[in-house]
Each structure stands twice: as structure tokens, then as C-alpha cells.
Design a binder for this molecule. Sequence first.
Ligand code: PEP
Ligand code: MG
Length: 573
Amino acid sequence: MAEKIKGKGVIAGIAVGNILLAGQNLDGYIAKYQPGTKAAEKKKAADALVAVAENLKKSIDSFNEQGLKEQAGILEAHRMMVEDPAMSGSIDEQIDTSGSAPKAVIDAYEATAQVFETMEDEYFRGRAVDMRDVGKRIAKYLLGIKDPEIVGKVIVAGKDIEPSVIAGLPTDKIAGVILGVGSTTAHAVIIAKTRAIPTVVGVGDGIAQIANGDPVILDGETGEILIRPSDEERASYDEKIKKQEELKAHYAELKDKPAITLDGKEVELVANIGSPADADAAVKNFGATGVGLFRSEFVFMGKTDVPKEEDQFKEYKAAVEHCASVTHGEGLCVIRTMDIGGDKPLPYIQVGVEENPFLGYRAIRISLQRRDLFMPQLKAILRAGVYGKAAIMFPMVINVQEFLAAKKFVEDAKMELVHEGKEFADNVQVGIMVETPAAAVMAPALAKYVDFFSIGTNDLVQYTLAVDRGNAQISYLYNHFNPAVLRLIKRTIESANKEGKWAGMCGEMASDPNAAIILMAMGIKELSMSAPSIPRVKERIRNITFTKAKEILDKVMEMEDGDKIKDYLATLA
Ligand code: PEP
Ligand code: MG
């Protein structure tokens, strides 16, 4: 019988492979290391910094060529940590104490990591793991340790996986990911999500039960992990894997088919993305007919300063072009202006310490006060619109005045582009996310001004129910079928349609096939989700009539208990 550990399944799918433990312990190597004179050690350390920075540069270039922006971004941040002059100073100081270059490197980066760990700001705390990762990388170079050859598919496991481990492995070699920590915003998870790699987080001390090379079966849905499974256990999963493969093949057949009901009602199924490469994969591999949410804050992450208009333009243009390549559907690329703050702080945009970051200085509230940040972004999007169909979407809007103020910025951005003689699209749609209860309540008024709504249920559910979207203890209350939430959604969609505008959804609810049918019955035009979810939703829509969906909706709207609504819809699937 296998040993079993359990965590939280965050990316569905069964993975089978041998464990590759991230986070090699270098203590033994360092103890055996024979140092030279202090001067010689300092020279060795300085040479290692140059060599490691060069190696990183090569990997960054290669990732960029493949369009793997997240990986390139992470390694770019690491390169800056290697080249930081303050670090070479503290390495020299450590050599004065210990006399050993590899030990000095580990100690210097460890000391900085510990400073990061004490910071209030979650983003900085999260960077401690990058610091240690960089220290190890340099020490390994000094010790002559090469990374192990990858044979077959591996399941990468670690307490807090160093981002470069995932970024440095060929994605087709990673069958699964296991994280000790529970973070869903870890870089490792962000990368795994866009590549649909089955992932389990939050296994805690369970990670200590896994050894390098252990055969493992991982279920990214239930969060179950079987270590060294018996032949019978393997066989029981073989059946599930076979089904998974069959389903994949079936989904691949659906790729180019429309999301249309048996009686001819069509819905656009589009993707949530964080980079142009995601858009490319969404269109090519999953049949997305466009992008309903480009989380532009990803363009701002992993950098030390605000990206310039020109750099942003390149990113948005590439995403717009990928969308324009669709053979079916609208090919629209909805780019959300940066949603910084809340759970997405940035080192170079000072938000300050807040009691309630989710209710604080974030998203459109920052953009409206920071013309220096907002204008280059709007100009970049307007210019990208020339290469296909782009739309601008504002996050966290709570009233008409905010929308009108933001729209005025768009007009100003156009004026500036005219003066600068730069080409831009004049017909870019401008809409808002409906993710605050205020926006949903005021939807009839807002609908008069916007070109579209996109409902952000991740936040709308948390704000409506006063339930933190990331708090595991109260996650049983976080239900997008709560009748209060359903009423706000229905009101939003109907308000848009009444004014001849369109409504979509880009919160996680859109990826729930049982939700999709009632949303469609409410009159939604577009559902946007992480691309691997598209086939499941499409399958559900293609197997029901619009008439039946409306009957189901009527019944659901009479019910008063969100849990019962969820169960009822599940029985129909
Ligand atoms: C949402 O709130 O539903 C949404 C899509 O935005 P984010 O998850 O980026 O807050
Ligand atoms: Mg949101």
C-alpha cells in the first residue's frame, strides 16, 4: 500500500512520475570544500557572479525566443539579484569571516532573504525564496555541481519550490507539482496553471515523507498524493488516466467547434491570460475565440521599474495579434488596466501598509491618481488595437464618476497619440469589470456609458458575502451560487442587454460548466476562463438546449439556498 498525503488540489488532472525534489541541501558539499586564500576566494566569487549572470542571460534569451515570458521574467529578476553590487560587497565581507566562497555566497543571500521575510509586504516576503535560490545557484557553480539529468517525466516537489526550478525545466518534462506551502500565488503555481500541469499545494510537513526519485501518483483535483504506489493502486489509476486521455482526445476534437446549444444559441468562450504566450496557447490548443481578461499587472511583475509604453505596447500587440488569428468568433482581446494592490502588490508602486488591502488603494483608484502610470498603459493598448480588436477594461469600478474619469483619460491618451503622430485604433471598446456590489447595483446607470461589462466573480463573491476569497477556514461560505450573488449577476447582465451593450464574465465562476448554462440563460455573451477549462464548458453548452437552460434558471432563481442550488445543478450534469 502506498503512503498517502493530502493537500489542496489547485490544478486538476492525474500525474504519474518520479519525484524531483527541489531544494538540494549543499551543506555536505560546502563542508568538504577546500578554500584558497581570502583573496583567491574573493576572485572566485566575483568570477562566479559574472558566469552565473551570463548563464542566466542565455536562458532568458531562450525563454523569450519561445515566448515563455513568465519564465524569462523570473530569471530576469534573478539576474538582477546576481548583479546587485550590494550583494558582491556582502559576499566579500562574509569571505573575510568564513574564508570560503561558496559558504559566503549562501550566507550573504540567506541574510538578505531573512530581511525580506520580516517585511510586511507579501510580495517582498515571497521574494525571500528567490534570494535563497540565487545564492544556491551561485554556490553550486562554485562547487561544480551540475543539475541532474531529467529522465522521463518528473513531479517536482518542495516545501516552497524555487521559481527557477520550474522555470528552468522543459515544461513537457513536468508531469506535476507538489508544494508544501499553501500559496496559490507562488510563481510555481502561476506557471503551472497556464501550462495545465496538475498541482497540489499545502501538503505541509507531508513533504518530508517524499524522497528524490520516489514514484508518485498525484490527483490535482482531490489533492491526494500516493507515494510508492502498489501495482494494484497503479492499475486503479490507469483506468482514470485512460479516461483522462480519452477526454483529452475528445476535447481536442471540440477545439474548432463553436460553443453552441442544441437549438442554436452561441456563446463566446475566451481565455484569461497573463502574457501573449498564454493567448497563443489558448487559441491554438484550446480553441479560445479571443481573450476576455488580459491581467496586465503580469506585464508589470518581475520588474524593478514601471514598464515603458513601448515595452507594454509590444506585449499587448502580440496578444491582440494572437486573438486576431482565430478562425471562429470575434477575436477580441480585452486588456484590463493594471489591477495593482490588494493581493498583487508591486515593489515600485508604493501603496503603503493598509489594514484592509482588498478595500484599499488598488486598481482603478491608483490609476486615476497616477497619470504617469495610467497614460502610457492606455496609449500602449490603443496602439495595439491597430493590429486586431482590442478593448480596454477598468478594474474595481464602484460608480459612474470613476468610469467617466477613466474614460476621459482614454480621450486624453488619444489626443497625445495624435500629437505624437502615432497610429492607434479609434474604435477600441471601453468597459468595466463588475466586481463590486456597488457596480452591480448601479449596473442600469453604468450600462448607459460603458461599451461592455465583464463580471469578476472572484471579487464580487467576496465583497457581496464578506467572505475573503483566500481564507480556507470560511471557504465553505464562498459560493458563486449564493442567491445574493446570482441576483447581482442577473441584474448586471440584463442591464447591459437593455442598453444594447454586451456582458461577459471573467471570474472563476465562468469556468464552472454548471454555472455556464444558467449564465447563458441570463443572456451572457461571453465567458472567459483559464484556457484548459474551455473544452469542459463547451461540452456542457453543446449538450443542452437554450430552452432547457432557461427552465433551469427559472427554477434556480426560486431557490433560497446556495448550497442546494449547487447540488441541484450538479445532479443535472
Ligand atoms: C475577479 O475578481 O473576478 C477577477 C477576474 O479579477 P482578479 O481575479 O484578477 O481579481
Ligand atoms: Mg478582481
